[in-house]
Each structure stands twice: as C-alpha cells, then as structure tokens.
Design a protein around this ligand. Structure first.
Ligand code: G3H
Ligand code: 13P
Ligand code: ZN
Length: 297
C-alpha cells in the first residue's frame, strides 16, 4: 500500500531529515529508485509529472510503481506515489482515479487569491480520498530567465503570505521559492536561508524544495535544518541515465540489445538516488517510520 505524503513528511520534518522525491517516467528509472531504497533502507517518494503521465500513460506508470512498492514494502521500506506539478483539477482527478496517494497542486502561476481558491478545492477533494496535498506559493524562476534582483525577490515566497496560505487552504506541505530552480543552475545556487527560516517559523507544516539537483551538499543540509522535509530530484537522474547510455554505446558501438544498453544507465541512476538518500538523512529510517505508521494505524 502506498503511504500518503503527509505521513512520511511529518515524520521527516519532526526528526530533522528529508524524504527524497524522485521523478520517474519509465521502468528503468523506477527499478533504479527501488534498488537504491531497498539498499539504503530509505522511505521515499516516486513522483510522476503530468508530462511523464502523457509520455508513458498514467496507468502504465501506476502499475510499474505499484510493483516497485510491492518490492519495497516486502523489504519494510514505506513509499508514496505522488503527482508532481498538477496544474489543473483534471490532473488531480486523473491521479486520484489511478491510485496516487499524494498530489501536488501547483497554483504558483496564479495570483494569491486564485491559488488559495484552487488549492482549497483540491484539498477538499483529495482529503476525502485520504490523499495528501502539496501546494506551491511563490514562483520558481527558470535558470535561463534573465531577471532583475527586484523581480527575483518578488517571485520568492513571502513568509506572512505562507502563514495565511497554509491556514486558509489546509494543505499538508508547502513548496517554497527561495532562489531554487528546475534544471542545472548557472553557477552556485543562491538560496535565501533567512527567508526559509522565516517561512518555517510561521507555516507549521513540512516544506518542500523543488529543483534539488545541483544544490551543494552543505546547502541541502542547511535547508533541511530549516524545515525542508521533501526534496525533488529529476535532472541528476536524467543526467545519470544519459551518462550510462552514452558511455555504454561509446564503448560498445556494435551492441544494440536495449537490455544491455540500459543496465549501466540503471546502475548510474541507482547510485545517484542512493547518494541523495544518504545526504537527505532518510537512509536507514525505514524501520522507525514503518513502526510509527503501524502504531498510528
Ligand atoms: O519540475 C519538473 C519535473 O522535473 C518534471 O519535468 O514535466 O519534464 O516531466 P517534466
Ligand atoms: P530538478 O530537475 O532540478 O532536480 O527538479 C526536480 C523537481 O523539482 C521536480 O518537481
Ligand atoms: Zn518541481
């Protein structure tokens, strides 16, 4: 059984570590995540974006991840199936119907009041189905966007608005914009830790860091100490996949069996996922989380 995001994130938030949320689009990525989670004994999140669902078919991805869950839960490792960046009501309904245990409604591109209204509607629907909800306040700026310091500030999460947003919507976790971005960063990421601290002091729920790829280890640890309890990783997995495939083809130009080509890619991806689980402090937490979930049942 997939656990809800709320259940895993609350434990992580209370105990000063973060759960890794890894984007998957296919069998090879899911198998790599499972291998890392079982080896590291780390509770984790499979996450699927609407464009991944469009690419592979949401039911194919649900089925693959369900088999993954069967393997991890047999090894005592709890996991969640989460919709990443659901943008509209129909994305959420699709995920609920497919059996996801957690959803993100990303209303960050809307004005504050519209984001509140949309998020409230999704919370009501998802909680009815015992599915937890992540929302986003503040906009993530693209790595390619040329913006001024004032625009950068304006796109970030305002702590006072975050307090009001959480109180009015009843969300389970909140994705913040503190200088983080999707994809590879140009130069060293400049995370606004004072802002994160201020958000954490008033929000009262686990916080989520998108754009986790390429953030230095010491910044990740600091973010976790300031309330980040879920960290999203996609780009570094994609990069590992490409590295594995490209390296193999370069060395074995005559081999065209996909199974042979994919195996080193899976090894590379599993290494990345395992290293994030150790960095986030979720490695070795499976037993205590599974025990806490049993006691709460
Ligand atoms: O934040 C976005 C995730 O990396 C998913 O990307 O929409 O290309 O699947 P995607
Ligand atoms: P990266 O691709 O930068 O790791 O970000 C992933 C993410 O935030 C998915 O929602
Ligand atoms: Zn994201």
């Amino acid at each position: 059984m997939f656990r809800t995001g709320g259940e895993l994130l609350q434990k992580a938030w209370e105990n000063g570590y973060a759960i890794g949320a890894f984007n998957t689009n296919n069998l090879e990525i899911t198998k790599s995540i499972v291998k890392a989670a079982v080896n590291e004994r780390a509770p984790f999140i499979f996450q699927v974006s609407p464009s991944a669902a469009k690419y592979a078919g949401i039911h194919f991805l649900t089925a693959i991840n369900l088999i993954g869950e069967t393997e991890t839960s047999a090894a005592g490792v709890p996991c969640v199936l989460h919709l990443d960046h659901g943008l509209a009501y129909h994305d959420i309904v699709g995920a609920l119907r497919a059996g996801f245990s957690s959803v993100m409604i990303d209303g960050s591109k809307h004005p504050f009041e519209e984001n509140v209204t949309l998020t409230m509607k999704i919370v009501e629907l998802a909680h009815e189905a015992n599915v937890s909800v992540e929302a986003e306040l503040g906009r993530l700026v693209g790595v390619e966007d040329e913006i001024s310091v004032t625009e950068r500030e304006a796109s970030m999460t305002d702590p006072e608005k975050a307090r009001e947003f959480v109180e009015r919507t009843g969300v389970d976790s909140l994705a913040v914009s503190i200088g983080n971005a999707h994809g590879w960063y140009k130069g060293k990421p400049q995370l606004d830790f004072d802002r994160l601290k201020a958000i954490n002091e008033v929000a009262g729920i686990p916080l989520v860091l998108h754009g986790g790829s390429g953030i230095p280890d010491e910044d990740i640890k600091k973010a976790i100490s300031l309330g980040i309890a879920k960290i999203n990783i996609d780009t570094e997995i994609r990069d590992a996949f490409k590295r594995g495939v490209a390296g193999f083809i370069e060395q074995n130009p005559d081999i065209f069996d996909p199974r042979k080509i994919m195996t080193p890619a899976m090894d590379e991806m599993a290494k990345v996922v395992a290293s994030k689980m150790r960095l986030f402090g979720s490695a070795g937490r499976a037993e205590e989380v599974a025990e806490a979930l049993r006691r709460a049942a």
